[in-house]
Design a protein around this ligand. Sequence first.
Ligand SMILES: Nc1ncnc2c1ncn2[C@@H]1O[C@H](COP(=O)(O)OP(=O)(O)OP(=O)(O)O)[C@@H](O)[C@H]1O
Length: 307
Amino acid sequence: MTEYVIEAEGLTKRFGDFTAVQGLDMQIQRGQVHGFLGPNGSGKTTAIRMMCGLLDISAGNVRVLGLEIPEYAEEVRDQVGYMTQRFSHYQDMTVRENLMFLADIRGMPRKQRTARVDEVLGEYNLAQITGRLAGDLSGGQKRRLSLAGAVLTQPQLLMLDEPTSEVDPNTRRDMWSRFFRLAAEGTSILVSTHLMDEAERCHRLTILNQGEKVADGTTDELKQRLPQSVVNIHGADVSGLADSLSDDGQILAATQSGLSLRVLVDRNVGDPVGYVRSRVGNQYQLAQIEAAIEDVFVAATMDTSDA
Ligand SMILES: Nc1ncnc2c1ncn2[C@@H]1O[C@H](COP(=O)(O)OP(=O)(O)OP(=O)(O)O)[C@@H](O)[C@H]1O
């Protein structure tokens, strides 16, 4: 068995003149939860669809579970559990019917189907609504059904495209516990997210910006490599400061959170707190704080808009 469940080199996707993913190198280790981050339109879904064997590759190579795409795209599609960003189940079939149908087309032996479907219905908190039409489910219930569908055949590799969008905080926490349980049992998971607390929990992260990889590594590595120091400004009225600080060549970003402002100051500045103090005056409390993945994300994806 290979150590990596996904090995992509120079993975590229062009739609006409537009390049959605450019030269992506990416490796995902077996048994890890690997987070995929990037602003809207940065190419995460496009990359996932190529790695699932669902979208033609314009250039580059990708091996999934040791299988080269496109030669073995069909085998990859059969072996990977893919949870799409958009709901892809049949709206006019019930929750149970959808899962039974999926078990059938996934080639699950008839004898196992009912037991396995019952199992995932229970695990994903769908047992109370097995007879409800998929089209009538709430957003969070649809996400749970999609996730149940992705894990139905117990694939070695899951690719989850924003699995927790629209789910409530308890379900979200529950889903992440499941991801880690699955990973501990040997399942590898690529999961895209816009939520920084989810990103913080991943074993490794890859960050895309405008189709290109701009950072990857463990969360600790990414924080250590951040080319800025983080200074927290606390005070009654920090809202007006963000704009006035943004015209500074040494300050990359200033982001407000409640009564605080997180300021990213170039590492070359020897005394970042003193530097920010010189810009804002004495009426605020200032402290240098540890970098968070949110800071890494902001620094890696500055000056970008939806492509
Ligand atoms: N079939 C297509 N034809 C043309 N452009 C496309 C097509 N599919 C995706 N794109 C474009 O490729 C870019 C990347 O889209 P993609 O959905 O991969 O981004 P994403 O990172 O998943 O975004 P989000 O976080 O909003 O889900 C976008 O600009 C999108 O409009």
